[in-house]
Structures are given as structure tokens and as C-alpha cells.
Design a protein around this ligand. Structure first.
Ligand SMILES: [Zn+2]
Length: 223
């Protein structure tokens, strides 16, 4: 595929979805849409006067659970429709995460971006590395990047020189819940879509990022 319009990246927490998504968005001139970041932003605006529903969503999210599929789906589809109307394509990281979400989202993507211009990218990493990466993960307080392979004790963002901070959500227990959720609810969805004639590639994300990037480009172009 020479010019994908929608790249759907999926993989367990800590498999490097965001880093790869940013790279691919840049390479193919697509918009990076990360569902988790979008939800965090939406929920950070929740206050005492917000609706009961939003407050409940925030509580679930902080506990590491998957939010109600319908709420996520509506938000994601509205955002993607807007991106598509501007003539842009998208790299998705973090959606779909549940069966119900996928049932609606995949046909929507086919219609909005073209079935033959969609590619799914599945990332593989061992649970041990996943937990290790997540508990060490730092996020830039300015540009939101989550750089990997930094020098030890570095607290400076290599992209914008902003301050790096640890993410409140990433304690080992929360990560274990997220890994479990991924295996139980998310991974099986993609197994089903593999059989439906859509383009799929698999990537091992244990090697250094530049090698993963090279492999991703090569495989997408062949997909
Ligand atoms: Zn930064």
C-alpha cells in the first residue's frame, strides 16, 4: 500500500503504540489520533458540576477499566469524521478496544477512508517488557511525547526540551489490569478482523525504535 489513509495500531500497553503512531503519521502525512490522550483530555475537564455520567467515566478510567464502548465510539467517530472531511487520513492508536466498538468502528473506517487504504498494525511485546516499560514511562509535560531509549536519569524531552514527568496512571497494578483487559477484550477482536480481507501486519517491538520503524514502513508498503 503506497498511501494508506487509515492505520490502526494495536498492541498491549507498553508496546510502543504512540511512538510508532507519531512516526507513521509523519511518514505518510496523516493525523495521529490517540484515543487514550483524547479521553484523558476530556476527563481532565471534568469538574464538580459535570454530569454524573462523566464523573463515573472518570472513576472507571482512573481504575484502569475500559470505558463504556458507546461513549468512546461516539467521541472517536465524531473526531474522525471531521478529520476525513478535511481530506486527511489518520493513524489510530487506542481504538477499537472492545468488540462492540469494533463492530461499528471498522465499517465506519472502511466507508470514510476506503477499505483498500486501511492497514492494521499489530504490535507484540512480552508482558515482562510491557510492565517494565510502563512503570518507567515518562511523559513530556509540554508536548506529550513519551520518549523511549533515553539516557538514564534524563528528565528532558528530546523533542521540545520540556520537563518529563511520570504518568500517574502507570503503577504496576493498573498496568496488570490493562494487560489483562487487552488480552481478554482487545486482542480477540483483531483475530476476527484478520479473516475479513483487510490488510494486516505484525511487528515485534522488542528491537530499538529505528529498527521497528524500518520494518513498519517496509511491511506497510508491501501490505
Ligand atoms: Zn516535549
Amino acid at each position: 500500500m503506497s498511501a494508506p489513509r487509515a492505520i490502526i495500531i494495536f498492541g498491549p500497553p507498553g508496546s510502543g503504540k504512540t511512538t510508532l503512531a507519531k512516526y507513521l503519521a509523519d511518514q505518510f502525512n496523516l493525523v495521529h489520533y490517540d484515543t487514550g490522550t483524547r479521553i484523558e483530555k476530556k476527563l481532565s475537564e471534568v469538574s464538580a458540576s459535570s454530569s454524573v455520567e462523566l464523573k463515573k467515566e472518570k472513576k472507571l478510567f482512573l481504575h484502569g477499566d475500559i470505558l463504556p464502548a458507546k461513549a468512546i465510539l461516539n467521541m472517536v467517530m465524531n473526531d474522525l469524521r471531521r478529520i476525513s472531511r478535511y481530506g486527511d487520513g489518520v493513524v489510530l492508536s487506542g481504538s477499537p478496544r472492545s468488540e462492540k466498538e469494533a463492530e461499528k468502528l471498522v465499517p465506519f473506517l472502511e466507508k470514510e477512508f476506503g477499505k483498500d487504504r486501511i492497514v492494521f498494525v499489530g504490535l507484540k511485546v512480552s508482558p515482562k517488557i510491557s510492565i517494565e516499560r510502563n512503570s518507567k514511562r515518562l511523559i513530556c509535560s509540554v508536548c506529550g511525547a513519551s520518549p523511549i531509549g533515553l539516557p538514564k536519569n534524563s528528565r528532558i524531552c528530546p523533542i521540545c526540551l520540556g520537563k518529563l514527568e511520570r504518568r500517574g496512571l502507570d503503577n504496576p497494578e493498573t498496568i496488570k489490569i490493562r494487560l489483562w483487559e487487552y488480552e481478554e477484550k482487545t486482542e480477540p477482536i483483531f483475530r476476527a478482523y484478520r479473516k475479513q480481507g483487510l490488510a494486516f501486519i505484525d511487528l515485534d517491538t522488542t528491537p530499538p525504535p529505528y529498527k521497528i520503524f524500518q520494518a513498519a514502513l517496509r511491511k506497510i508498503k508491501k501490505a
